[in-house]
Design a protein around this ligand. Sequence first.
Ligand code: ATP
Ligand code: MG
Length: 330
Amino acid sequence: MVQLSGITPSGHAQLGNHLGAVRRWAADGGPEDLYFVSDLHAMTTQHNPARLRSLATEQLAVLVASGISPERVFVQSDIARDLGALTWVLECTCAYGEAARMIQFKEKSARGEADGKPGGQAGVRLSLLTYPVLMAADILLQGADEVPVGEDQRQHVELARTLAKRFNATYGEVFTVPTAVLPLTGARVKDFADPTRKMSKSAHDSAGVVFVLDEPDQVRRKIRRARTDGGSVPAYSPETRPGIANLLEVLAACTGGDPAALADEYPSYGVLKDAVADAVIEELRPIREGTKALLGDVAELERVRKAGAARAADRGAHRVSAALRLIGAG
Ligand code: ATP
Ligand code: MG
């Protein structure tokens, strides 16, 4: 059984990525599972090439430093040629209407995410329309059986499923038909400055975002400034006091306690915030240190990256060749 999960380097890895996903991948992922840094998916809207390259490398190092076996990790663009060829085959297996009705495309294109240019939908990058087909190629190339995704990505996995079945039925059996499954999830972390929003690596305002690589004093500063709600004595009430609830949930996720029970242990917001800062700093310390060490060891990082790319390419090569051959190429 192979599960495939991707993380897009749309910004620096943040505490929510760690507590909500990566930590679970490292601890509970299956021995065959694959993880990749989906840098090609970060190009569907306006992006900065140099920043993207550096974020992708950093994200790879964070995954490895978080304890995911280097054997199970790769960077998407390192196998761009195979993915590009397979995407083309799958685009020739997909109807325009199937891509155009993807809810995410409709929402994002309607929002005029046209790189800030006028022109509405017509100004949106074509890749915003076709990226679910690249995602299908990610999945089908690796022969993944299961794709753990949130609600917003289910429709895309469904498309990958449809395209795999259609290709197999029309041209010949090549692809494993994937299934969307519920992801292993940990805590849902909210933005410390605005606890009504989820913490996110691509947030425009990062005042309330703790990044995995933040130095301890930055972490402490951001947590000390966390927005709290009325009152002064901690109590766990996510609906009415989301700021304090978020702090208690983060503390619980880092220390293994229960948020409601933890509330009773702290006499004031200040004491609670110090405890949260201590716990987050300790939780992130080995990852920050491991990532820095890896980023500083260019030869080792290059070795890990090349080995991951070679394994991912080897897994998929026969599928690309077979699919091209069956559809009439070569
Ligand atoms: P973006 O802003 O680009 O959407 P993100 O920070 O939301 O970035 P994703 O790449 O969308 O991160 O998600 C990577 C993984 O991290 C997913 O499994 C997602 O569920 C998880 N994740 C992201 N943010 C949080 C959060 N605040 N709390 C818990 N899990 C999170
Ligand atoms: Mg997200």
